[in-house]
Structure formats: structure tokens, C-alpha cells
Design a protein around this ligand. Structure first.
Ligand code: PRP
Length: 177
């Protein structure tokens, strides 16, 4: 039986336009940089990162990290651990962290702390969406796509129990309970 598709919160066209705009801003800001390292956070960032990376007009490369929160996602106290590290040494390099979503902020705050300690030439952050109402800790987002309300969103890398990650728009699901 086919799955009911989530209702649209942000359309595919809106996302494409926003990714174009972010790519233009980032390309302009880093026009003097000969290798911008885009750091994607698995799994959620892979679609946004792929779209963004292909629209940049500056020299860039891609690397990935994977993180995990202790406990289940609804009760996490924000403790984050690294389960996959970058392959490259980022010391002296320009780094842009790319996230699909900033929710409580714990993941991005951890990443910025961990990567800053490696002494990159610069370190900035980019997120497709953020939920300001859910924020628990400060985390700077230098390039932001959209602010969204506190609803469960899927698509463009975001999942609901691994479903709907590859949906081309951002939709809302209503988990029971
Ligand atoms: C999501 C998202 C961010 C993190 C943000 O990852 O990709 O990395 O949550 O949440 P926070 O601001 O509350 O820390 P998730 O743990 O769902 O894993 P996934 O990307 O593999 O789906």
C-alpha cells in the first residue's frame, strides 16, 4: 500500500531558490579561498550538502563526520559523541559545517567546539532549517535557509524513523502520541 505523503511545509521550488541564494552568498564570501572544506554531518546533511556543493562557484571539497547523541532523541541531555571523524586535517584550512537542521543546538555547538580546537583558518556554519523554539544552547548559524516552527519535519535529508529522507521538499509528519 503506498505511503501517504507528508504535507508540504517548504516546497521544492522554495528550497532550490534558497540553495541558489546561499551558494551565491558563500561563493562571494569565500571568493579568495582556494579550497573551502564543506563538512557534512551524517546522515541528514547529505542531500543539502550535495545540492549546495554543486552550486558553489569556488574551489571546494567535501568531508563527513557522524555524531550520535546518548540516549534516545526525545530525552537527550545534549551529550554528543563522534562516531566518524574527518579524513582530512583541517588545520589552517577554511571550513564550513553544513547541517540539515539545528534543533536544540547541541550537535552544532559540539561540532564547532571540536573543530575549532583543530585550528582551522576559519570556521563557519550553514544549516538548511532551524527551529528557534527548540533551542537549548547557543550555536551560531552563519548561513541559514529557513526558520521553522516546532513540528516534525522530513525530506531533504531529514527523516522520520529513516522514512522520507529523499523527499524533494520539506514536509510535516505527525507522529502518534
Ligand atoms: C539531526 C540533524 C542534526 C541534529 C540536530 O541528526 O542532522 O545533526 O539532529 O539536532 P540538535 O540541534 O538537537 O543537536 P539526527 O540525530 O536526527 O541523525 P541523522 O542526521 O542521522 O538523521
Amino acid at each position: 500500500m503506498p505511503e501517504t505523503l507528508p504535507e508540504v511545509l517548504i516546497s521544492e521550488e522554495q528550497i532550490k531558490a534558497k540553495v541558489d541564494e546561499l551558494a551565491r552568498r558563500i561563493s562571494a564570501d569565500y571568493r579568495e579561498v582556494d579550497d573551502l572544506i564543506l563538512v557534512g554531518v551524517l546522515k541528514g546533511s547529505f542531500i543539502f550538502l550535495a545540492d549546495l556543493a554543486r552550486r558553489l562557484t569556488i574551489p571546494r571539497s567535501v568531508d563527513f563526520m557522524a555524531l550520535s547523541t546518548y540516549g534516545d532523541s526525545t530525552t537527550t541531555d545534549g551529550a554528543v559523541r563522534m562516531i566518524l571523524d574527518l579524513r582530512r586535517n583541517i588545520s589552517g584550512k577554511h571550513v564550513l559545517v553544513v547541517e540539515d537542521i539545528v534543533d536544540t543546538g547541541h550537535t552544532l555547538a559540539y561540532l564547532v567546539r571540536a573543530l575549532a580546537a583543530r585550528q582551522p583558518a576559519s570556521l563557519k556554519t550553514c544549516a538548511l532549517v532551524q527551529k528557534p523554539d527548540r533551542r537549548e544552547v547557543y550555536a551560531q548559524i552563519d548561513y541559514l535557509g529557513f526558520e521553522i516552527p516546532d513540528v516534525w519535519v522530513v525530506g531533504c535529508g531529514l527523516d522520520w524513523a529513516e522514512k522520507f529522507r529523499t523527499l524533494p521538499y520539506i514536509g510535516v509528519v505527525h507522529p502518534e502520541g
